[in-house]
Design a protein around this ligand. Sequence first.
Ligand code: ADP
Ligand code: MG
Ligand code: MG
Length: 476
Amino acid sequence: MANAIPEKIRMNTTLLEHLAEVAKDAALLKGVLMRIQETPNSSELVTYAPFTLFPTPVPEAVFSQALALQTHFNTLVDKISQDAEFLQDALASTIEVDDFTARLFKIHQQIVKEGTSQSVVCGLNRSDYMLDQAEDGSSSLKQIEINTIAASFGGLSSCTPDVHRHILQVAGQLEQSERILDNNPAAGLARAVAKAWELYGSEKAVIMFLVEEGQRNIFDHRYVEKELWNRNIATMRRRFDDVSKTGSLDQDKRLFVDGQEVAVVYFRNGYMPQNYNSEKDWDARLMMERSLAVKCPDISTHLVGTKKVQQVLATPGVLEKFFPHQPQVVEQIRATFAGLYTLDMGPEGDQTVAMALAAPERFVLKPQREGGGNNFYGSEMCEVLQEVKDGTERTAYILMDKIHPAPVQNVLLRRDAPLQISTCLSELGVFGTYVRKGQDMVLNECVGHLLRTKSSEHSDGGVASGVAVLDNPLLF
Ligand code: ADP
Ligand code: MG
Ligand code: MG
């Protein structure tokens, strides 16, 4: 099995313990921070965000492939977001049974009916991949999903390269240390948000981060905020409840919150059912969507990130519709698609059910949810499928081929966890940003990457859900 731990250190527990201490201090020093679970809304007590002791080897070719694809995925997301008919068709069966997606879709429909008041759109995406390992040891890039709302860790991943550089230096691995890539998604995200602010065209208007109730991961946001303040653009942080209590639209649909005009709403919340505590929160979302403020993302772009849209995109002919004159782009994108299968009512969906029940270890069952920890695997997947397979409830899910990345030995550093070597799996994210004004793509960039690594015991879950930790690729 591949090993991220340098050979001479593997058996040396004393040295590993020493490096772990050095690593935690380096993380604190470099600002790889999180508030503690007990007090998510106070910065009195903070700790390091969980991370790997060593960077994980990633093949250079596959890494470059992922970066090269990002602007195409940006274009794809943006095109779909403007195609109301496609979204309607793709999500029709899902919204009949999934209340959350249905509520989002209702807002989308209302905006389509009323017409958007703002022609500027800002997308901040993160396309996530795993490297599927073939029998011959080669690996191919397979997309897990695209996150089109609240994609996180662009801030903290801007600080982790220096931490790994330092650890490798102390471990006597100078050559490796120098090979750690620079990364600064925070700057790229801010560049897009700043462009959206500029196009809104009011010096005194602010950028509002729409944030969660519990804000453990605030430092990740703070990096982007700081980049904006560096440009003399004011930011503020508000929750749904604040918007609901102090927000309003004037007759030109300008959004005011707490007396301040909002040029851009950057959603770092609003992607899970539990983010909406009451009807008032839903009303606040609708008000923001209706407003003249630029939304990152707007409601239609949010919906493009659903797993159902991902599955529909993988059906023959669909990518061609969005890139009619670019067969090479279609080919490049399609090459990263794993098998994705519909559970819609009908013979095709029936076939999906039968296939999954016959070989559960080959698949993942996914509902339309975000944030990690929502998917079903193995025997649990079978139980869920047995329950829903004969009725329309099954259309709330899609089925996907399970990706098998090569396991790598590493040490996961997490507050209060014992030091141990774990068998790990990694997921590579690529950040993309774009700003469009009317039909004019003003900016379309790939702005950095994120490597997350988790113990292979867990089949699901991200950093925020306490399973994965931050990492860096070491290209080979
Ligand atoms: P979420 O939007 O909740 O992050 P994901 O589709 O990213 O949903 O799934 C969550 C996690 O489950 C991923 O980070 C990955 O670890 C695992 N996972 C998802 N899809 C697959 C797959 N096809 N094969 C293997 N693991 C998967
Ligand atoms: Mg997601
Ligand atoms: Mg994910």
